[in-house]
Design a protein around this ligand. Structure first.
Ligand code: 0O2
Length: 223
């Protein structure tokens, strides 16, 4: 049925996917600009890496079925908010909130929904800050607002989520083992959360020391 829909609507489906790709480029650039500016100001890059993807047709189909969404372009665009995905990976947790604020302060970024799975982790142990936003892309006909899901995470959160994602889609793991592995991942989530906190505290001490050194240099050069 979905295949028929795609075949019958090949052009609008391809156009829709191309627009999502354009919105991804816009959002990725916004984070690159913020990172560049932060590097210039503080000599430190808050972003470790950025990963982007347009949702695959297979994964899109699964979601359409799971959520019982009617097969029209409008219904898909309205109900599926993660067709365009941008994942921003930071070293430290506080960089996530600083970046999110700078991003959301931009007047062409409209926040649709914020899901703070760092403050409130999912039952699986999953942690990340999700921002569902609308942002414009500029076409010859004018601007079109496109929905993008931004996931902000630390390196530790990303490491955990990548492994857990693999586990989630392995159907051949026996039930008793899968229960044990889920508990194991819960444990790992707690360890990774504690690691994020401790590393950030060490980073804070380093930053304090740097600030002090700079102040002392300024004082001595002023004499
Ligand atoms: P993908 O592309 O394979 O990553 P929604 O159905 O989106 O309206 P939902 O599902 O509650 O509502 O959205 P949620 O949970 O806020 O965000 C969905 C995405 O977050 C997932 O995408 C994952 O990327 C990530 N995510 C959420 N929970 C978990 C989790 O427990 N473990 C891992 N590893 N990732 C998680 P998809 O849809 O799975 O697709």
């Amino acid at each position: 049925e979905f295949i028929d829909f795609v075949q019958e609507n090949l052009k609008p489906v391809n156009t829709m996917m191309a627009y999502y790709q354009c919105a991804i480029m816009e959002v990725e650039t916004k984070f690159k600009v913020l990172s560049e500016q932060h590097s210039l100001e503080y000599d430190r890059n808050p972003i470790e890496s950025i990963k982007t993807r347009v949702k695959s047709m297979e994964s899109l189909l699964k979601k359409i079925r799971r959520k019982n969404i009617p097969l029209t372009i409008d219904a898909i665009e309205e109900n599926i908010q993660d067709i365009a995905g941008v994942r921003v990976i930071c070293a430290f947790q506080d960089d996530i909130y600083k970046l999110a604020k700078c991003f959301l302060d931009q007047d062409d970024v409209i926040l649709i929904q914020k899901k703070d799975y760092i403050a409130n982790p999912k039952p699986s142990g999953y942690r990340s800050l999700h921002l569902i936003v609308k942002t414009p892309i500029f076409l010859k006909e004018g601007k079109k607002m496109i929905t993008v899901e931004v996931q902000l995470r630390t390196i530790a959160m990303d490491f955990w989520a990548s492994l857990e994602h693999k586990l989630r889609y392995k159907k051949s793991i026996p039930e008793d083992q899968s229960k044990y592995l889920a508990e194991e991942m819960m444990d790992c989530a707690q360890i990774s959360s504690a690691l994020d906190e401790r590393m950030q505290k060490v980073r804070d001490v380093i930053m304090q020391a740097e600030k002090k050194e700079e102040e002392e240099e300024e004082k001595s050069s002023g004499v």
